[in-house]
Design a protein around this ligand. Structure first.
Ligand code: MGD
Ligand code: MGD
Ligand code: MO
Length: 758
């Protein structure tokens, strides 16, 4: 049977007349995901882009005025690449490559060769370079903060204490933001076996008790019998300070560990006890902020000290105002408990955020499509896209550096959807009109494609050949072409080859290789690298014929910071002191009022503690039926919609107060925008909270209302702090009401108007 492989798994494909009609679970996957079902019936409908397209206003020279609201003219590949090559060359000649934004953030599809970002970055580097973006939407604040605390990013996405050392060791797993296994359906690069639910069950069977701290009861599966504590969203730092105060007050702090393995505790302690600001961070103080009972906080602190405790922090906590502080507070609390480096103790982030987290990485790296060197040094923190477009030349801070936003004339996106991932999308829609040229490579008419001047239609993974390789996943998958591309859609590689030819560097781009030549070449590098570590992979032809190579990694499980714990002198950390920096002189030296040198509580910019009557805290978490916005038009995603709109869940009391019944169309409003949604009523959502996942394709009407439920029209596009400049989607206050009257038709799955062929 033909198979499809993606970030969310491997499935057997049923084909009829060259069309995918059904998906079948791989029987060897113990916790298979259904997300692949979104591939059924979507490859060639009218939302699929089958021909290059140029925006009508672009051809008429409107300077971007109608971008995102315009019709399109179908053109030939020769015409489309001609427009792009001419305009791009003119921009480079006049403004230099610093005028090209090629960050192109996004997950694209699995497959090592047809990885859209590698393709576009290689192409742009050959064209002289581009302004890039740094850090991820996932965990920007943690990426920047952790190196100040422990010297590197271990325990963020890799090198967490592995599951083998949690099962049988951890007796109390305290999970801020829960352990939502819906998120463990995915892993960047692909999953062949979904193991997180199995690991969690094994931990339960070995006696681990789970505490879910967060706004949603079902962020930890009921079968794990978790205890649920629901503080006000975004008050975790106050809760952690309250727990820390109980440890101090009751003599439960691991003083020896603090003395031998950390610096800066005395500075933090002075703040904790109120010596510096007059406010002791007692359990009662934390109770008032979090809305919890002080007794619950005291009891939890005592249990954390009495158990082998793993503190797990969901990445969501740091996608919030002052998100740096959540990471800092978690590391501080774990240090106070003194179990860092012991099996099953300490801290880790992102457990259950992806299948790979808690797997040991392979000792070698898989080869990637080479990108060459970028001659442009300018960059932006990834979430600052809107600020960059709005204010060219404006200064900004980032991790101790003072930088300026470049003046961007050309924006190019391949494999990401900023009209999904960016916050405050109405603002993005406006500032996106400023560049001279926007080029987008996309398979579908989604938000980003509708916001292009030139749309270059690309293939889906089912329409090309590739290598399925992923970090910390023990498999090689032959991703074979199953169906031909529809219309004139091309692989990103071939799109960029055509453009390279126009610009005079085709040979440098392709190195004379075809798709299959590249797969053979990259695979050959894998064989060599793996062999150095004792992994014997078959030759390419045997592998391709077999369709896969699954192997058992032979790795010795290692606790996060194990060597450092055993001997901090022989294994110092890469921090200035060589130790865990509970207090960081370096960060304090940056002089940022919004990110001092110790874990600090800041009132979030929007939160329930200071919200008007009737407000709710919006939790825009990851969708369970898809990856971000990918394949939102597919049947598995569509089956989860309510009245054709993205579901929004709220507590029965909150629904009753607003006269909302299950299945009603509701209106969500924030200071940024408005969208419609379909109501789901559930006691698994804490009172005061509304949960609406990301990923609904953008559907703005003329008044700026999103008819379909793209949650990012509501969220705030402001940075975590001057340190990391990370995104803060989870800090959003909204108002919710029943939508009376006939709701407008959803047009997210309607293509833009197409003019006659040029
Ligand atoms: N409110 C809110 N917003 C969030 C978050 C949140 O928690 N709340 N989370 C954030 C996070 S963590 C992330 S990582 C981002 C994710 O944001 P993105 O990664 O930008 O989201 P995707 O929908 O995965 O976008 C991938 C795009 O690539 C296209 N694509 C797929 N395959 C190919 C290919 O082979 N070639 C080309 N050219 N295109 C392809 C898809 O059609 C899709 O449009 O969203 C962020 N946004
Ligand atoms: N199915 C599916 N899986 C995915 C993705 C997807 O799109 N679909 N995206 C992947 C990506 S790119 C990433 S980065 C990861 C993200 O992984 P996470 O960051 O863990 O994802 P979220 O779903 O945003 O958040 C998890 C939970 O955190 C809780 N939470 C939110 N704010 C707070 C808070 O202030 N305090 C506390 N205590 N809890 C809070 C919410 O209840 C939410 O359900 O998921 C990955 N997995
Ligand atoms: Mo992410």
């Amino acid at each position: 049977m033909d198979r499809v492989f993606n970030h969310w798994g491997l499935s057997g494909v049923e084909l009829r007349n060259g069309r995918i009609t059904a998906m079948h679970h791989d029987p060897r996957d113990p916790n298979a995901s259904r997300i692949n079902e979104n591939f059924v019936g979507i490859a060639d409908g009218d939302m699929r882009i089958g021909q290059p397209m140029v925006r009508r206003g672009y051809l008429a020279g409107d300077g971007g005025a109608a971008r995102g609201e315009d019709s399109f003219v179908p053109v030939s590949w020769a015409a489309a690449t001609g427009h792009v090559a001419r305009h791009m060359s003119a921009i480079i000649a006049e403004h230099g490559n610093e005028a090209i934004f090629g960050g192109s953030y996004g997950w694209a599809s699995a497959g090592r060769f047809h990885h859209a970002q590698s393709q576009i970055h290689r192409f742009l580097n050959l064209a002289g370079g581009y302004v890039r973006s740094v850090n991820t939407h996932s965990h920007a604040a943690a990426e920047v903060t952790l190196p100040h605390l422990i010297g590197n990013q271990d325990g963020l996405a890799d090198n967490q204490t592995p599951w083998e050392l949690i099962v049988g060791h951890t007796t109390l797993l305290v999970a801020f933001g829960g352990l939502p296994v819906k998120n463990a359906q995915v892993s960047a690069g692909g999953v062949s076996r979904h193991l997180v639910p199995s690991h969690l069950r094994a931990a339960r069977d070995a006696g681990t008790k789970f505490v879910n701290i967060g706004p949603l009861r079902d962020d930890i599966d009921a079968e794990l019998q978790p205890e649920w504590i629901a503080p006000r969203p975004n008050t975790d730092v106050a809760l952690i300070l309250g727990l820390a105060h109980v440890l101090e007050h009751e003599g439960l702090v691991a003083r020896d560990f603090l003395a031998s393995h950390t610096v800066g505790y005395e500075t933090f302690r002075a703040y904790l006890l109120g010596e510096t600001d007059g406010q002791p961070k007692t359990a009662d103080w934390a109770a008032a902020i979090t809305g919890l009972d002080a007794g619950v906080i005291r009891d939890l602190a005592r249990r954390m000290a009495a158990n082998r405790t793993m503190i797990s922090m969901s990445w969501s906590l740091q996608r919030a105002d002052h998100g740096e502080q959540a990471v800092w507070a978690v590391v501080t609390l774990a240090a106070m408990l003194g179990q860092i480096g012991l099996p099953g103790g300490g801290f880790g982030t992102g457990y259950a955020a992806a299948n790979r987290v808690g797997n040991q990485p392979m000792p070698f790296s898989w080869p990637a499509f080479p990108q060459f060197r970028n001659k442009v040094s300018a960059f932006i923190p990834v979430a600052r896209l809107g600020d960059m477009l709005e204010a060219p030349g404006a200064p900004f801070d980032y991790n101790g550096q003072r930088l300026r936003y470049p003046d961007i004339r050309l924006v190019w996106w391949a494999g990401g959807n900023p009209f999904h991932h960016q916050q405050d999308l109405r603002r993005l829609h406006e500032v996106w009109k400023k560049p001279e040229l926007v080029v987008v490579q996309e398979p579908f008419w989604n938000g980003v494609a509708k916001h292009a001047d030139v749309v270059l239609p690309c293939t889906l993974p089912t329409e090309r050949n590739d290598l399925g390789i992923a970090k910390a996943e023990p498999h090689l998958i032959a991703m074979k072409q199953i169906v031909p591309p529809p219309g004139q859609a091309l692989n990103d590689y071939d799109i960029l080859r055509l453009l390279s030819a126009r610009l005079g560097f085709e040979e440098a781009f392709t190195e004379g290789r075809t798709e299959m030549d590249w797969l053979r070449h990259l695979y050959g590098e894998s064989v060599a690298r793996a062999a150095e570590h004792g992994y014997n992979l078959p030759d390419f032809d045997s592998f391709w014929q077999a369709g896969e190579f699954l192997f058992a990694p032979h790795l010795t499980p290692k606790t996060l910071l194990q060597d450092f714990r055993a001997d901090p002198v022989a294994h110092p950390l890469a921090t200035p002191s060589g130790k865990i920096e509970i207090g960081s002189d370096r960060v304090a030296g940056f002089g940022y009022a919004d990110c001092p040198g110790i874990a600090t509580w800041f009132e979030p910019a929007e939160w329930l503690g200071a919200a008007p009557e009737g407000a709710l805290h919006l939790i825009s978490n990851q969708p369970s039926r898809k990856l971000h916005s990918q394949l939102d038009l597919g049947p598995w995603s569509r089956a989860g919609k309510i009245a054709g709109r993205e579901p929004a869940r709220l507590h029965p009391e909150e629904a009753a107060r607003r006269g909302i019944a299950e299945g009603d169309v509701i209106l969500l409003r924030s200071a940024r925008g408005r969208c419609l949604a379909g109501a789901v009523i559930s006691a698994d959502v804490a009172p005061g909270v509304v949960q609406m996942s990301t990923g609904a394709w953008l559907d703005l009407d003329d008044e700026g209302l999103d008819r379909h439920g793209n949650v990012n029209v509501l969220t705030r596009d402001t940075p975590t702090s001057r340190l990391a400049q990370g995104p803060t989607a989870h800090t959003t206050i909204v108002f919710v009401e029943r939508y009376d009257g006939a709701p407008p038709e959803v047009r997210a799955f309607v293509p833009p108007k197409l003019e006659d062929q040029e």
